[in-house]
Design a protein around this ligand. Structure first.
Ligand code: NI
Length: 163
């Protein structure tokens, strides 16, 4: 397990489409472990493989309070979305920034887990937002392209919000 370098906005790899994973090799298992380490180290709630420079369709997410309930999505697909939420969103590849983005409030996804078993998840609120945000990374889309208004400095934004 190791912490990998997180690519930041402006790095071309973040604009590329990631490739389907055909087989969970030992190398892929190490990548997933490293992505979890990297996400937790950076105190993020999600990370997509292209953010560590690997163009594979793999996402890790953990929105739990204790950061002990990871979701691993290989080749994820969004099956359904409904509702709407508008709120602050950030990205480990855009450090220190936050922007207001409207997303579905309920999202159902299908994917494969690290044993290549099909799994489905449904999420509301932050988890729904994380599914949309992270899966978009696999198609080279960054949340900044959806931001309403300007990007805010995260410290200032949350200080003003009183959080
Ligand atoms: Ni992101």
């Amino acid at each position: 397990m190791a912490i990998r370098q997180i690519r930041v906005l402006g790095d071309e790899i973040l604009t590329k489409r990631s490739k389907e994973v055909k087989e969970v090799t030992d190398k892929v298992k190490v990548l997933i472990d490293d992505m979890l380490d990297t996400m937790y180290d950076a105190r993020g709630v999600g990370l997509a493989a292209p953010q560590v420079g690997i163009l594979k369709r793999i996402v890790v997410i953990d929105v739990s309070e204790e950061a002990d309930d990871p979701i691993i999505l290989i080749n994820p697909e969004i099956l359904e979305t409904s509702g709407e939420q508008t709120g602050p969103e950030g990205c480990l590849s855009v450090p220190g920034k936050v922007g207001i983005v409207t997303r579905p409030d309920h999202v159902k996804v299908k994917a494969y887990n690290e044993n290549m078993e099909e799994v489905t998840y449904e999420g509301d609120e932050l988890l729904a937002r994380a599914f949309m945000h992270e899966i978009e990374h696999l198609d080279g889309v960054m949340y900044v392209s959806h931001v309403e208004g300007k990007l805010h400095d995260a410290d200032e934004y949350y200080a003003e919000e009183g959080e």
